[in-house]
Design a protein around this ligand. Structure first.
Ligand code: HEC
Ligand code: HEC
Ligand code: HEC
Ligand code: HEC
Ligand code: HEC
Length: 205
C-alpha cells in the first residue's frame, strides 16, 4: 500500500513538470502520464524451485515456442477469457503431428492416445489453494490485450515475457516447472507496484 501512496504523491508533485517536459517533447506521453508501470509490469521478486513433474509425454516448450515461434495463446487459448488457461486438447496437437515428426517416439505415443481416444493425463504444475481467487482474464487484459507494446507486435516473443512474470520464461523450458513462489506476499507485492487490488476479499471470496 505504501508504494502506491508514494507514487501517487510523486505524480501529484511532479505532474506539472511532466506536462511541461511533455509539451517540450522531452518525455513521451505514456511515461509522463503513468508513473506506475502500464506496459510490462514490474516483476515481483522471489523464486521457487519446484519439483519436476513427471508428465505422460515430455512436452518441449522450447522447440515449439523458441524454435518454431508458436504463440502461447495458440495453445493456451482459454487464458484470454476464462479463469483457467487450459491445456490444449490432443486434436490441436494432431493438427500438426499427423504429419510432423511422426517417426519420433514421443509423437508415436501422442498418436496412440489419439487413436485410442484417450485424453492425455497432463498433471497440474501451478496450483493456488482453493480459498484463493485467481483468474488469468484481468491480468492478461491488462498486460497483453490493453498493452500496445504487445498488441502492436503480437508474437510469442511479446506475449511470453508477460506469462514469464508468473511462470518464468517458458521459451527456455522443456516441461513446465514452477519458478515463482505464488504466495500471498508475492501476489500482493505485484499488486502494490502495479496498481492491483489490495482488499482481502478480492483474492479471498
Ligand atoms: C503447442 C502447444 C503449446 C504451446 C505453443 C505452449 N504451450 Fe504451454 N503447455 C502445453 C502443454 C501440452 C502443457 C502440459 C505439459 C506441461 O505441463 O509441461 C503446457 C503447460 C504449460 C504450463 C504449466 C501448466 C500447469 O499445469 O501449471 C504453463 C505455465 C505454460 N504451458 C505456459 C506456456 C507459455 C508461457 C507459452 C508460450 C511461451 C506456452 N505455454 C506455449 C502446450 C503448449
Ligand atoms: C503448429 C504446429 C504444432 C502443434 C500444434 C504442435 N506441435 Fe509439437 N512440434 C511441432 C514441430 C514443428 C516440432 C519439431 C519437429 C522436428 O524437430 O522434427 C514439434 C516437436 C514436438 C515434440 C518433439 C518430438 C521429438 O522427439 O523430437 C513433441 C513431443 C511434440 N512436438 C508434442 C506436441 C504436443 C503434445 C502437442 C499438443 C499439445 C504439439 N506437439 C502441438 C509442431 C507442432
Ligand atoms: C499474474 C500472474 C500470471 C500470469 C501473468 C499468467 N499466469 Fe498462468 N497461472 C497463474 C496462476 C496463479 C496459476 C495457478 C492457478 C490455479 O491454481 O487456479 C496459473 C496457471 C496456469 C496454467 C495451468 C492451467 C490452468 O489453467 O490453471 C497454464 C497453462 C497457464 N497458467 C498459462 C499461462 C500463460 C500461457 C500465460 C501468458 C499468456 C499466463 N499463464 C500468465 C498466474 C499467472
Ligand atoms: C493479491 C491477492 C491476495 C490478497 C490481496 C490477500 N491475500 Fe491472503 N492469500 C493469497 C494467496 C495466494 C494465499 C495462498 C498462498 C499462501 O499461503 O501464501 C493466501 C493465503 C492467506 C491465508 C492462509 C495463510 C496460511 O498460512 O495458510 C490467510 C489467513 C489470508 N491469506 C488472509 C488474508 C487477509 C486477512 C488479507 C487482507 C489483509 C489477504 N489475505 C489479502 C492472496 C491474497
Ligand atoms: C505481475 C503482477 C501481478 C501478479 C504477480 C499478480 N497480480 Fe493480480 N493483478 C495485477 C494487476 C495490475 C491487477 C489489476 C488489473 C486491472 O484491473 O486492470 C490485478 C488484478 C487482480 C484481481 C482482480 C481481478 C478481478 O477479477 O476482480 C485479483 C483477484 C488478482 N489480481 C489476484 C491475484 C492473485 C491471487 C495473485 C497471486 C497468485 C496475483 N493476482 C498475482 C497484477 C498482478
Amino acid at each position: 500500500m505504501q508504494l502506491i501512496g508514494t507514487s501517487r504523491t510523486r505524480a501529484g508533485r511532479y505532474g506539472w513538470l511532466a506536462a511541461a517536459l511533455c509539451m517540450a517533447g522531452v518525455l513521451n506521453t505514456a511515461s509522463a502520464a503513468e508513473p506506475v508501470s502500464m506496459q510490462y509490469p514490474i516483476a515481483p521478486q522471489g523464486s521457487y524451485k519446484g519439483l519436476d513433474v513427471q508428465q505422460p509425454i515430455e512436452f518441449p516448450h522450447d522447440i515449439h515456442t523458441a524454435v518454431n515461434k508458436i504463440n502461447c495463446l495458440y495453445c493456451h487459448t482459454y487464458a484470454r477469457q476464462s479463469k483457467v488457461a487450459g491445456i490444449p486438447p490432443t486434436s490441436k496437437c494432431m493438427g500438426c503431428h499427423s504429419v510432423i515428426a511422426t517417426d519420433k517416439p514421443r509423437i508415436q505415443k501422442l498418436t496412440e492416445y489419439w487413436t485410442n481416444k484417450q485424453p492425455i493425463p497432463w498433471l497440474k504444475v501451478h496450483d493456488v489453494p482453493d480459498f484463493v481467487h485467481f483468474t488469468h482474464e484481468r491480468h492478461l487484459k491488462r498486460f497483453i490485450f490493453d498493452n500496445p507494446e504487445v498488441m502492436n507486435n503480437l508474437s510469442v516473443d511479446t506475449v511470453a515475457p508477460v506469462c514469464a512474470m508468473c511462470h518464468g520464461d517458458m521459451r527456455a523450458k522443456t516441461v513446465a516447472r514452477k519458478d515463482k513462489p505464488m504466495t500471498m506476499g508475492w501476489c500482493v507485492s505485484c499488486h502494490e507496484k502495479n496498481g492491483g487490488p489490495g482488499d482481502c476479499w478480492k483474492c479471498h471470496k
